[in-house]
Design a protein around this ligand. Sequence first.
Ligand SMILES: OB(O)c1ccc2cc[nH]c2c1
Length: 235
Amino acid sequence: MRIDIVTIFPQFFDILDLSLLGKARAQGIIDLHVHDLRDATHDRHRAVDDTPYGGGAGMVMKPEPWGETLDAIFEASPVDSPLVVFPSPAGTTFTQPYAHELSRESHIIFGCGRYEGIDQRVFEYAASRARVQLVSLGDYVLNGGEVAVMAMIEAFGRLIPGVVGNPESLVEESHEQGLLEYPSYTKPAVWRDREVPSILLSGHHANIAAWRHEQQVERTQRVRPDLYAAWANEQ
Ligand SMILES: OB(O)c1ccc2cc[nH]c2c1
């Protein structure tokens, strides 16, 4: 998978050299390109923003640097129709099923907005050349798209075959199969007078699996009644 990130803070993504995603890049599973939007400016101040038409507080990201940067990425794309994802408070909510969809893409371009956002014509232009999605992490507002892009890359990157050593570890996680994960324990069997549930020491794998499922259902019903209702409706 090729991933391109357009941002005015390219150093923000240096962290993607670390851990599993860094290893995936070294193995060639992920081909990452980070683009500094200011490299597509041609004035002395390397301006990427300007005042909003119609007035109002704050600044808006100029369309020209975005157009020039996106055109260069489109030209280099290994596919005819890459997916362009813009984090936005006005986007659809990012979910685990959507992370799975992203993990199956061949080329994803992330556009990180800042200030009051990006000139609307950039989204329109991008949609004339590629598939475009505005995506929100949730009902809150960040100062820009970079943190959201990092979270999304971590969420779908770990689902790409070969990135996580043991794919079995991806199966019983929260939001897989629509339930939250069961509680986990490790040695010692007693810690500060707190014991590990005896069922987990029984060696009876069927009973352990049943107990873990019960824990998932109980936790989901208690913590996320919305998820529980959707899961129960599927049973
Ligand atoms: O909360 B967000 O996902 C988000 C995304 C992009 C911009 C651009 C300016 N503020 C933003 C917030």
